[in-house]
Design a protein around this ligand. Structure first.
Ligand SMILES: *Cc1c(COP(=O)(O)O)cnc(C)c1O
Length: 564
């Protein structure tokens, strides 16, 4: 298969989830979308990269919402054979003392200039395996700790082995989050000094050599986002040919912490925004955490109307998104309004098709969409319904929301139910829609068709956030708490608006949100002179989309992490 590529892949990018296209549900949220955008940029830039993930045959889940606003989770089976090509290679890993066989599907991401990026989707659903093992690559983030551990063995160890079986010669491995950190363990085994050549006291494993080959990106300061496994479980499940005391030394004595393991086996460690790198440096003293701030893939996230606009006014923008810096001068107010109205019309149709709620073209749409979980505070907008109604009386607006909660996040699920009950309370006063089953297509419609992109995380838990970057690419300004990427992206009243200040506590954010909406954002939208609003739309593009894109991110990873 290697002959298919102009440049044989030399960098391997490992991710538990990856968003390749809407029909392939192998992603849960931001982490997977970012992985997809990395690979799409690598394809456009024709970089020698191969991505490794799980085939997740039953996907994350399809979200249905019942009359009471309760989320129901339905397995989201997809057919790999419709989109990907089965590969011949088969490798085995040891789990609970038996061999679990792994094969791979090849999915090709095609870039703009003919670049083809291979993505290997690992699959254990093979005749050789027990019924239980066949399901190891079915449910993304499903099951208990034992199931997760086995998946991570398949991803990390199986992934490295299948790359070798397919003839790839990889010089650098990148772990997108700690889930794949066992790849480092497999490399330790591969590059171990032969026991019979060791002098007394010399180490068996060549840790510095492995470290030099690996980079690690950490994605969250939320403690639950870092996998930990009990050593009882490890002893029962993990390959006994590997010396567990070395793992204990690298991954923590009390429990096997995948983040620790990744940190200790990576030369280059990255956070996903500057503030997240600072926080990670405090969380992990003794390590140097760099900051290559996240970005989004330009062509993927621009609405068709904006693609056309950029193609005609800023040719070359999708290969060098830096050129979008010219948007301020090269795009007229009229053109940007027309492009936006086209995208807004599409969103209005999408909302009607999915929910039956009718929205108006000349009333601003406030959008909120992301994982539904407590720290994102999706209910902040509704914390004072009376106040919200008063604002809407003077300056009407409409609300569109979407997002899934992890099946075991009861708090997140009850937030979804709350949002549905607020929407009912606002019926006839503020048109409010909740789009079920947040996915790439819904995200695309929302980030391009809304007027204001709202984000209200509890500081400092938003590591980066990327949907506001997608909005900026479509000239949609953010109204957001200063956390994650927005600390870097916010120029007050220019690229959007902050809720609160860097210094203010989380408690006053709701009051500040209402104040900003009532006194600044909505009055500007309704101003007779519309040039104030279009200027902000253009600044969102010229100052933020030109920078917060995955081409810049990918180029920086290549230079600063992979080829150090
Ligand atoms: C971009 C995206 C996300 C991540 O959004 P954040 O703002 O980073 O929380 C999640 N899900 C989908 C479908 C997306 O497109």
């Amino acid at each position: 298969m290697l002959e298919e590529f102009i440049h044989p892949p030399r960098v391997a990018y490992f991710s538990m989830e990856i968003a390749l296209r809407n029909e392939i549900p192998t992603y849960a949220g931001g982490l997977g979308v970012l992985a997809g955008d990395m690979v799409r940029s690598a394809a456009d830039l024709m970089l020698p990269m191969v991505a490794i993930s799980l085939v997740s045959r039953a996907g994350y889940f399809r979200q249905r919402i019942d009359e009471q606003g309760r989320q129901q989770e339905i397995p989201d089976y997809w057919q790999p054979e419709l989109w990907a090509k089965p590969l011949d290679a088969k490798v085995a890993v040891t789990i609970e003392g038996r061999s679990v066989w792994i094969s791979a599907w090849l999915y090709l991401v095609e870039g703009l200039s003919g670049g083809k990026q291979p993505v290997l989707l690992l699959d254990t659903d093979l005749n050789e395996n027990t019924p239980e093992d066949r399901e190891l690559t079915h449910y993304l983030y499903g099951g208990d700790a034992c199931y997760r551990l086995k998946q991570e063995i398949v991803l990390g160890i199986g992934g490295v082995r299948i790359l070798q079986a397919l003839g790839f010669s990889i010089f650098h491995y990148h772990m997108n989050e700690g889930h794949s950190a066992f790849l480092g363990v497999e490399l330790l085994r591969r590059y171990a000094h032969p026991l019979n050549e060791l002098r007394p006291g010399e180490p068996h494993y060549d840790i510095p050599r492995v470290r030099e080959m690996c980079s690690f990106t950490t994605h969250t300061p939320v403690e639950a986002g870092h996998d930990r496994f009990d050593y009882d479980l490890i002893n029962r499940v993990f390959d006994h040919n590997f010396d567990i005391s070395t793992i204990r030394h690298l991954a923590g004595n009390d429990a096997l912490n995948m983040t620790r393991l990744a940190l200790n086996l990576s030369e280059y460690v990255n956070g996903v925004a500057k503030s997240h790198a600072d926080i990670s440096n405090k969380m992990f003293p003794g390590y140097q955490v760099h900051a290559i701030t996240n970005g989004v893939h330009p062509l993927t996230w621009a609405a068709e109307s904006f693609r056309e606009l950029y193609n005609s006014k800023i040719p070359g923008w999708h290969h060098e998104p830096e050129l979008l810096i010219r948007a301020e001068c090269c795009i007229s107010d009229e053109d940007i309004k027309i492009a936006h109205l086209k995208a807004k019309k599409k969103l209005i149709e999408q909302v009607y098709d999915l929910t039956g709620v009718r929205l108006e073209l000349d009333i601003p749409i406030i959008a909120f969409a992301r994982r539904m979980t407590a720290y994102k505070r999706p209910d902040m907008l509704f914390s004072d319904i009376q106040r919200l109604k008063e604002i809407a009386k003077k300056t009407p607006f409409q609300i569109v929301m979407s997002g899934k909660a992890h099946p075991s996040d009861e708090g997140g699920k009850s937030l979804i139910a709350d949002l549905h009950s607020y929407a009912k309370q606002l019926q006839g006063i503020i048109p409010t829609a909740y789009l079920p089953d947040y996915n790439l297509t819904i995200a695309h419609g929302m980030v391009s068709g809304s007027d204001i992109w709202l984000n209200t995380p509890l500081k400092p838990f938003e590591a980066s956030g990327t949907s506001g970057m997608k909005a900026a690419l479509n000239g949609v300004p953010s109204l957001s708490v200063l956390d994650g990427w927005w600390i870097e992206g916010c120029l007050e009243g220019i690229t959007g608006w902050a809720i609160g200040t860097m210094a203010s506590g989380n408690g006053s954010d709701a009051i500040d949100l209402y104040k900003k909406l009532e006194q600044v954002v909505l009055p500007l939208y309704y101003n007779e002179d519309t040039s104030g609003w279009t200027k902000i739309m253009k600044y969102a593009i010229s100052k933020n989309a030109s920078y917060f894109n995955s081409h810049r991110m990918m180029r920086r990873y290549l230079i600063e992490a992979y080829t150090q």
